[in-house]
Design a protein around this ligand. Structure first.
Ligand SMILES: Nc1ncnc2c1ncn2[C@@H]1O[C@H](COP(=O)(O)OP(=O)(O)O)[C@@H](O)[C@H]1O
Ligand SMILES: [Mg+2]
Length: 352
């Protein structure tokens, strides 16, 4: 049984169902991400786990303890849940030193001063802040401020660490660096982490598993590799990584794309999509090859040199298809005709 369990968790704001029958089991020590576009219900879910928001339906457990249960009319207040939380905005106290920012929640818990010293120092050392302990957090960089928030969340020895887009106000370079810091801390301490982000690269780099959400509804829960390689539906395909979608009509002999004749196609759709003749072919720009015969005909519209890769826009019967090739395999030019071979196509129903 999972360490953190959400059972049919539902939250409505008026007409909007922010979270719709969410079921989830997290293992102890797991780094779990919730990924999805803005407004899909990530923050609401995290706030319900933390206890800042009551549920309209369902239950939340940690270990064998109930946190919230609508049916049982039970609700444990946030301060009794012992969760660490870090938000997007730097929630630091400017009038306290870095040390006090981290120590303060421990003082509220009335721990002994020795214990407070010990835990605060440990958290500050782990987040590379020990040398800044006496400074005001106001004098730290954005990354430094967010480290303070992280150290404070860690110092309480939380059962679960909840992170809501903690890196999104940092610049891209620092963001990438801190991803790995968070991952290292998580491993060192063995925390169970729920990490909310709309940044797929962040989720992929950090997580044991990812939940992809759309309009309050779970689309897929899987390892990063599976979410990328075996997207459950068209939405997940398009949300993770670069994607092309091409309308195709499947015939006895192959596929038709736009005005093309039948193209013999190596990878016809799975039989489970059987009855459907009009399908969408989904593919990654890096998984399309230029071939000299037998491919889907196209016409080079644009070519952009991006350094390591060359990015092509190919017109395929009116649909623009992106193809990315290593810079050394980039012989075609705008105006050229070409043929495309799709290496690992996915097939989805048109309205999937
Ligand atoms: N306090 C609130 N009052 C009304 N609507 C809200 C409130 N909080 C969130 N919502 C709505 O719930 C949906 C999910 O929001 P949120 O959980 O913040 O999404 P995310 O964190 O994924 O961007 C959105 O449609 C949002 O407008
Ligand atoms: Mg949010």
């Amino acid at each position: 049984m999972g360490y953190v369990r959400l059972v049919d968790v539902t939250k409505k704001f008026g007409e909007v169902t922010a979270v719709n029958k969410l079921n989830l089991e997290l293992n102890e020590g797991e780094c779990f991400s919730m990924l999805g576009p803005s407004g899909c219900g990530k923050t609401t879910t995290l706030r319900m786990v933390a206890g800042f928001e009551d549920l309209d339906d369902g239950e939340i457990y940690v270990g064998d303890k109930i946190m919230s249960s609508k049916a049982k009319g039970y609700y444990l207040p946030p301060e009794k849940r012992n969760f660490g939380m870090v938000f997007q905005a730097f929630a630091i106290w400017p009038h306290m030193s870095v040390f006090e920012n981290v120590a303060f929640p421990l003082r509220l818990k009335r721990l002994s001063s020795q214990e407070i010293e010990k835990r605060t120092k440990e958290a500050l050392v782990h987040t590379n802040l020990w040398d800044d302990a006496k400074k005001s957090p106001v004098d730290l960089s954005g990354g430094g401020k967010q480290r303070v928030a992280l150290a404070r969340a860690m110092a309480i020895n939380p059962g679960v660490l909840l992170l809501d887009e903690p890196l999104s106000s940092l610049d891209p370079h620092l963001r990438e660096e801190m991803r790995f810091e968070i991952k290292d801390l998580q491993k060192a301490y063995g925390f169970t982490v729920i990490y909310v982000t709309h940044d797929q690269a962040e989720a992929m780099a950090l997580s044991d598993r990812i939940l992809v959400m759309k309009l309050g509804i779970v689309q897929q829960i899987d390892t990063p590799l599976k979410v990328y390689n075996e997207p459950a539906n068209r939405f997940v395909f398009s949300f993770i990584g670069l994607s092309n979608f091409i309308q195709a009509h499947v015939t006895e002999r192959g596929i038709k794309v736009g005005e093309s004749g039948d193209i013999t196609f190596k990878y016809l759709p799975d039989v489970s999509l059987g009855g459907q003749r009009d399908l969408v072919l989904a593919s990654r720009p890096s998984e399309i090859n230029f071939v000299s015969q037998g491919g889907v005909p196209g016409h080079v519209k644009r070519k952009a040199f991006l350094g390591e890769i060359v990015d092509y826009a190919i017109d395929v019967s009116g649909t623009e298809v992106r193809v990315q090739k290593g810079r050394r395999a980039a012989g075609l030019n705008p105006g050229d005709d070409c043929q495309l071979d799709f290496l690992h196509p996915h097939w989805y129903a048109e309205n999937d």
